[in-house]
Ligand binder design. Structure first.
Ligand code: SAM
Length: 230
């Protein structure tokens, strides 16, 4: 029987709590990072030159802010009320930036907006069934628009939805699922969904013994597909 994720958005309320307690100062935003290593990997140029962008799973919102400050109109979505509240507290008033509290599939299903770029940095794309999410993303990209995402390098030979206890070993049992696949699997899914110019690879860590970063980028076709084949 397939395992259903019982993850609630509240699981993510404690992500990056900035220990030290109390109201935290607004952090500096100097870089746009896709990987888990400072100064490693590409920056915002990995997205091309979008005029509008949607981030799925923004948490504190630093990348969304960085992009908005370059003149891109950015919508940043996260289903954790705490993450969105903190992002708004920190970045409220940033021109061209909107934070939305919503689940990624729900948002993509209900919005009528389309975007030049949709991206996810260790975000909703890692924690949502890609067979559900990728087709919804395809429908909300402008012709030629870019989908780009990063997440941890998959563990070789262990692919698919991977359950873990999301609540430590005490308290209510909470199952968190992450979807991990090798680059070729992502390339095949994107191709089947109609994407073109697909690049999917593992970027090695600065120290090659450490965990690398799965980096994926693909474009929506330039021609709008007829509604019946979308
Ligand atoms: C590991 S964090 C990464 C956040 C941020 N991109 C970063 O690099 O720090 C994953 C984020 O994705 C959000 N998320 C996970 N699944 C989601 C979904 N289905 N819809 C919206 N947000 C989701 C979580 O609430 C969390 O803030």
């Amino acid at each position: 029987m397939p395992l259903e994720s019982t993850t609630l958005p509240e699981y993510w309320d404690t992500y990056k709590p900035y220990r030290g307690e109390g109201e935290q100062p607004t952090p500096d935003v100097e870089t746009f990072a896709w990987t888990q290593y400072d100064g490693h990997g590409p920056g915002e140029e990995f997205l091309g030159s979008p005029r509008t962008a949607l981030e799925l799973g923004c948490a504190e919102g630093k990348e969304a802010v960085y992009l908005a400050r370059t003149g891109v109109e950015v919508t940043a979505v996260d289903f954790s009320a705490v993450q969105i509240a903190r992002a708004r507290r920190w970045w409220d008033g940033t021109p061209g930036l909107a934070f939305v509290e919503a689940e990624a599939c729900g948002y993509l299903t209900t919005t009528e907006t389309t975007f030049d770029a949709i991206f996810s940095i260790w975000g909703a794309l890692w924690f949502t069934d890609p067979d559900d999410l990728i087709p919804l993303i395809a429908k909300r990209l402008n012709p030629g628009g870019v989908l780009a995402f990063s997440q941890a390098e998959p563990i070789e030979g262990y692919y698919g939805p991977q359950p873990m206890y999301g609540n430590g070993l005490a308290g209510r049992k909470l199952t968190l699922l992450r979807w991990s696949y090798p680059p070729q699997w992502w390339a095949d899914l994107l191709k089947r969904t109609g994407f073109v110019d697909i690049e999917a690879r593992v970027l090695p860590a600065p120290n090659p013994e450490d965990v690398g970063t799965l980096m994926v980028r693909a474009s929506a076709p330039n021609k709008v597909l007829p509604a019946d084949v979308r």
